[in-house]
Design a protein around this ligand. Structure first.
Ligand code: GLN
Length: 482
């Protein structure tokens, strides 16, 4: 298996060049992307130019650990010179004139961009089916969804057509697709990764993070992505962290919290069995378990679907056909131009969110919905604070089911929203969370295990995940045909 760690070693030993590596991955993308639709934009010349620069940097003795290792980026990150569509018709012609902070961090590390990956439109969705560019397919079964909204990134890593990718997570969009595609993904504590240049969906929830095959790779990628950025007013000024520093720490004495609300009637079948087996594995590694309670977690989906649309309705008001993006070709006057541009440029799910958001923020409804949801958000965060008095890390499933069929939930938004029932509370509280593979169901589809840390507990969470991956091989399994 090619982890970015192992690729970095090959590069350091001079056994392969970045150009050769990128050529290899670009060939794999060319062969498999028509089937998967994981990438929306590939620009081989641009990638190879970056690879040549990385090789030159190495030859000059100025390489960092990951210099020359290619990475794919979710198409929500503005990248200079690249088409940046956010999965929308609205931005179908938008070539970004600047780099998101995350992109400039990867450039500074010398990591070439392999391309931009598909996603639900404006990151609204759990299946990558709302993309204007068509759905991404799950490499484990191309009749199924890869999860979403970072489904393109997850499918690319799972099919090994990219060694790693970036994602963003507003309510589960890194962890849920990671689970459905059998890879490892991490959503950091809110404020750890700058949102500058990351197209905004719900600003108080959005957070970028790494998606890779292993926890160790996620740690190395987070070392590149994290850090203070004055251009994001919610970016946190903290000491430089080495997220890989404790990977090898034994788990003896680790207290794992099992929220009783996560292990109730909703958790059934193969997912329940796999999560239970993972708990036993952790016991063998020296951890103890304790039952904890998150009494308000059942209200997290409801609170989220007030808060996230409220913020989205405000954030998306900038797409008016004037400043940039899509403009309708035919219009009578200014108002008509706004209306038609937005009517034609946005898809159904985005419109639904804008309408809900506008409604819950409107005079007369603000107190009844938005304010109530904010109060719930506080209660949900308090539940976690209580739980962390008894444990070091919380464990549970990432998603209620394995990958579902394309189209299966497309007509039922509420059913789709419930895909994030185990992940959304983490965003509302601003906590770090990750998903890692912990088994397969009877149909051979991957199952994800979720770890939730206290604020800034990424190092501990990655340690827990890495120790698990040292004694299991779920993360090494690859889908047939890739
Ligand atoms: N599925 C959730 C939504 O549709 C979360 C999306 C995300 O995390 N970007 O809003």
């Amino acid at each position: 298996m090619q982890t970015i760690k192992s690729i970095a070693t090959l590069l350091a030993e001079g056994k392969i060049s970045s150009v050769e590596l990128c050529q290899d991955y670009l060939a794999r993308i060319a062969a498999h992307n028509p089937n998967l639709n994981a990438f929306v934009t590939v620009d081989a010349e641009r990638t190879l130019a970056e690879a040549r620069a990385a090789d030159a940097r190495r030859a000059a003795g100025q390489a960092n650990l990951l210099t020359g290792v290619p990475i794919a980026h979710k198409d929500i990150f503005c990248a200079e010179g690249w088409l940046t569509t956010c999965g929308s018709k609205m931005l179908a012609n938008f070539v970004s004139p600047y780099d998101a902070h995350v992109i400039s961090q990867f450039k500074a590390a010398g990591m070439p961009t392999l391309g931009k990956t598909n996603m639900d439109e404006f990151a609204m969705g759990s299946s990558t089916e709302t993309s204007y560019y068509g759905p991404t397919k799950n490499p484990w079964d191309v009749a199924r969804v890869p999860g979403g909204s970072s489904g393109g990134s997850a499918a690319a890593v799972a099919a090994r057509i990219a060694p790693a990718a970036t994602g963003t997570d507003t309510g589960g969009s890194i962890r849920q697709p990671a689970a459905l595609c059998g890879i490892t993904g991490l959503k950091p504590t809110y404020g750890v990764v700058s949102r500058y240049g990351m197209i905004a969906f719900a600003s108080s929830l959005d957070q970028g993070g790494p998606m890779a095959t292993t926890a160790e790779d996620c740690a190395l990628l987070l070392n590149v992505m994290a850090g203070f950025d004055a251009r994001d007013s919610t970016s946190l000024e903290r000491n430089q962290e080495d997220y890989a520093r404790d990977l090898n720490k034994p788990l003896t004495g680790l207290r794992i919290g099992l929220p009783k609300e996560f292990f109730g009637a909703g958790l059934t079948g193969d997912t329940a069995t796999a999560v239970q087996a993972a708990i036993e594995q952790f016991s063998k590694l020296g951890a103890t378990t304790v039952e904890v309670s998150l009494p308000n977690s059942g209200l997290s989906v409801a609170a989220y679907y007030v808060i996230a649309p409220a913020e989205a309705s405000s954030n998306l008001s900038r797409f008016d056909g004037v400043r940039y993006g899509y403009r309708t070709p035919d219009y009578a006057d200014l108002t008509d131009m706004y209306e038609k541009s937005r009517a034609e440029g946005f898809g159904a799910e985005v419109k639904r969110r804008i309408m809900i958001g506008t409604y819950v923020l409107s005079h007369g409804y603000y107190d009844a919905y938005y304010l109530q949801a904010q109060k719930l958000r506080r209660l949900i965060a308090n539940d976690f604070a209580q739980a962390y008095q008894q444990c070091d890390v919380i464990l549970g499933p990432t998603a209620p089911t394995t990958a579902f069929k394309l189209g299966e939930k497309a007509d039922d938004p509420v059913e789709m929203y419930l895909s994030d029932i185990y992940t959304i509370a983490v965003n509302l509280a601003g906590l770090p969370g990750m998903s890692l593979p912990c088994g397969f169901d009877r149909q051979g589809l991957p199952i994800g295990l979720q770890l939730i840390g206290d604020y800034f507990a990424e190092v501990r969470m990655l340690n827990v995940a890495h120790q698990y991956q040292l004694v299991t091989d779920w993360h090494q399994r690859t889908p047939g045909g890739f």
